[in-house]
Design a protein around this ligand. Structure first.
Ligand SMILES: NC(=O)c1ccc[n+]([C@@H]2O[C@H](COP(=O)([O-])OP(=O)(O)OC[C@H]3O[C@@H](n4cnc5c(N)ncnc54)[C@H](O)[C@@H]3O)[C@@H](O)[C@H]2O)c1
Length: 231
């Protein structure tokens, strides 16, 4: 099939490219020889609504479909996979980006355009700069198996991988780049665990095997009597 692992000469439009992950994405693609068009809008609304994204994608569509090999890579968040209490506008918008990704993957697939979504965990960028270092470290130690915040370039490299011509059969994928945060707490559970009783909250910060083994006695009985689930 001759699938290339190079983006040299490809035209890439990066939005939000003045800072953080957008900037790192523009730099990584530039270093790989792509022709990068970088845009930014100094907006307070970093949630990035799905309707704004849709308008942007619609504008680019004629160019994306021309060679039947276009790539759209959306940036959502681990908040698009779960929820943190009291962040509902952000969470709603990120779930919207995940939904938009899946819809467009189905709609544009027939035209040869792939649409995938990256869900970053906590990353050192302008957005997280106001969070005190102590709080960042505490959060990372408790929640992220790699026990640290990520760097923008670590997200940018995954965006590059998804955009390679060689990634031609990857479509509609929702990819966490989060140091294992969602692996630890499970998709869809997010910070809902914060509402657990104090006894269980302390259990969740202990090594995973202990947390997983614990189950209320009733559930333990039900699990034991249930036949094994087929793969
Ligand atoms: N930093 C994190 O921990 C983290 C985690 C998950 C998801 N995200 C998401 O990643 C994306 C990038 O954030 P970041 O952390 O790199 O922040 P950042 O503040 O470093 O950079 C964001 C850039 O986007 C620009 N921008 C905002 N709205 C725009 C718009 N409508 N059009 C064009 N540019 C716009 C800003 O001017 C800024 O330059 C955001 O959607 C954010 O919600 C960030």
């Amino acid at each position: 099939m001759g699938l290339s692992r190079s983006v040299a000469g490809k035209v890439v439009l990066v939005t939000g490219a003045a800072s953080g992950m957008g900037r790192a994405i523009a730099e990584v693609f530039g270093a790989e020889g792509a022709k990068v068009a970088a845009t930014d809008r100094n907006a307070d609304d970093l949630a990035g609504t799905a309707s704004w994204r849709l308008a942007m994608i619609r504008t680019c569509l004629p160019h994306l479909t021309r060679e039947r090999a276009g790539r759209i890579v959306n940036i959502a968040s681990t908040e698009g996979l779960g929820a943190t209490p009291y962040l509902s506008p952000y969470t709603v918008s990120k779930h919207g980006v995940v939904g938009l990704t899946r819809s467009l993957a189905c709609e544009l697939g027939p035209q040869g355009v792939t649409v995938n979504c990256i869900c970053p965990g906590p990353i050192h960028t302008g957005m997280t700069a106001p969070i005190p270092d102590d709080d960042k470290q505490k959060f990372a130690r408790r929640r992220v198996p790699l026990r640290r915040y990520g760097e923008p370039e670590e997200v940018a490299q995954v965006v590059l991988s998804v955009a390679l011509p060689a990634s031609s059969y990857l479509n509609g994928a929702i990819i966490p780049v989060d140091g294992g945060l969602t692996a630890k707490f499970g998709y869809g559970s997010g910070d809902a665990l914060a509402a657990w009783p104090r006894r269980l909250q302390s259990a969740r910060d202990k090594p995973c095997d202990r947390t997983v083994r614990w189950a209320p006695p009733g559930l333990r009985r039900r699990r034991a009597s249930r036949p094994p689930i087929a793969p």
